[in-house]
Design a protein around this ligand. Structure first.
Ligand SMILES: NC(=O)c1ccc[n+]([C@@H]2O[C@H](COP(=O)([O-])OP(=O)(O)OC[C@H]3O[C@@H](n4cnc5c(N)ncnc54)[C@H](OP(=O)(O)O)[C@@H]3O)[C@@H](O)[C@H]2O)c1
Length: 329
């Protein structure tokens, strides 16, 4: 039987999410890859429980995480029921709706029908009465923003979500969504953008919007799916995401130009006394808008490595410039 480590809160740092009462751990764990029904349950369980023992209180899911879609939530629901039930109030569990989940016109995007039916499915799969954060997973160009934000508001009013967030929204749409929710009496807690040393899109106005409106950011893919680690420095390991069945990272993306960047970045990390993964995480936290980062993992040792990022010294101007130059090559 699992017993949570008594020292789980001794070393993890917690940051306030924008202008809210909620704090999130320096590192959060996402269940996009490696937690579906095609992955061994024992390894998934070991990572979730091991993460919680390190003070990782936040677990990020979505309706469609698998494969098969939905099965990461089923895996997490089983771990909750069999191991973590006694600690529900120490957990921040998020889910999302917006990408393709089921057939027909209501299985994706941002209609009220889609959003609320999907949330009910997620709650059932995880065996929960409520999630802590419910996200609109992506902007829907064809559904009025009022309808998608209205569905988030309703999820809160129904007690099915404590907080709401948006993901993959550009700066202008994000500002509109945040203001609209405010008009409905709901504070948008958090925005989940893709942001890492190699993908700087949130620097094009999004972070300024979030800072101004008191909304926290929680970057996803902070390690560029494993590129910003030591994983691919010596070739493509057989058990890596790039070598596996994921359609999101493939060997063609690990070309010489990318390897050159990673090698230079790794040298900067070494000079700072960090692994590349740790430096990539510390770098995102250099901006106070970043409340947490959502890493993925295939083994517990990777999570252990990432969590140590918080021990790093702050960056100096010379290091930040060197990182920008290496990433731009
Ligand atoms: N909102 C959205 O649209 C959206 C989209 C994508 C992701 N997300 C969220 O973000 C989470 C993280 O995404 P991600 O998995 O792409 O994140 P990531 O942290 O950029 O990449 C994770 C991968 O990096 C490798 N890795 C992790 N730590 C390592 C370490 N210390 N040393 C060496 N390699 C390490 C592992 O690769 P191997 O598997 O090869 O071992 C791991 O699977 C997802 O689970 C999900 O919750 C959200």
């Amino acid at each position: 039987m699992y017993m949570a480590d008594k020292r789980r809160y001794d070393t993890m740092g917690y940051k306030r999410v924008g202008r809210s009462g909620l704090k999130l751990p320096y590192v959060s764990l996402g269940l996009w890859h490696n937690f579906g029904s095609q992955f061994p349950h024992d390894t998934a369980r070991e990572m979730v429980l091991g993460a919680f023992d390190m003070g990782i209180t936040h677990f990020d899911l979505a309706n469609n995480y698998g494969p098969v879609p939905g099965s990461a939530e089923t895996t997490f629901g089983r771990i909750l029921k069999e191991d973590l039930a006694a600690w529900r109030d120490e957990l921040i569990i998020s889910t999302k709706s917006g990408y393709l989940m089921w057939e027909g016109p209501y299985g994706e995007w941002g209609s009220r029908k889609q959003m609320l039916a999907s949330l009910d499915q997620s709650l059932k799969r995880m065996g929960l009465e409520y999630v802590d954060i419910f996200y609109a997973h992506r902007p829907d160009p064809d559904t009025p923003l009022e309808e998608t934000m209205g569905a988030l508001e309703q999820a809160v009013r129904q007690g099915k979500a404590l907080y709401v967030g948006i993901s993959n929204y550009g700066p202008e749409r994000a500002a509109q969504a945040i203001d609209m929710l405010k008009g409905m009496g709901i504070h948008c807690l958090i925005h989940q953008p893709r942001y890492n040393i190699l993908d700087r899109r949130p620097e094009g106005g999004l972070y300024e919007v979030l800072a101004e409106k008191g909304v926290g950011a929680i970057p996803f893919s902070p390690l560029a799916q494993g590129l910003l680690t030591n994983r691919y420095l010596g070739g493509i390991p057989a058990d890596s995401r790039a070598a596996g069945k994921s359609v999101f990272l493939n060997p063609e993306q690990i070309d010489q130009a990318t390897l050159d960047k990673i090698t230079r970045l790794n040298q900067i990390a070494q000079a700072r006394g960090q692994t590349l993964a740790q430096m990539a995480i510390s770098w995102l936290h250099r901006d106070p808008v970043t409340a947490s980062v959502i890493i993925g993992a295939s083994k517990l040792s990777q999570i252990r490595d990432c969590v140590k990022a918080q021990e790093a010294p702050p960056f100096d101007e010379r290091e930040l410039k060197a990182i920008d130059e290496a990433a731009a090559v």
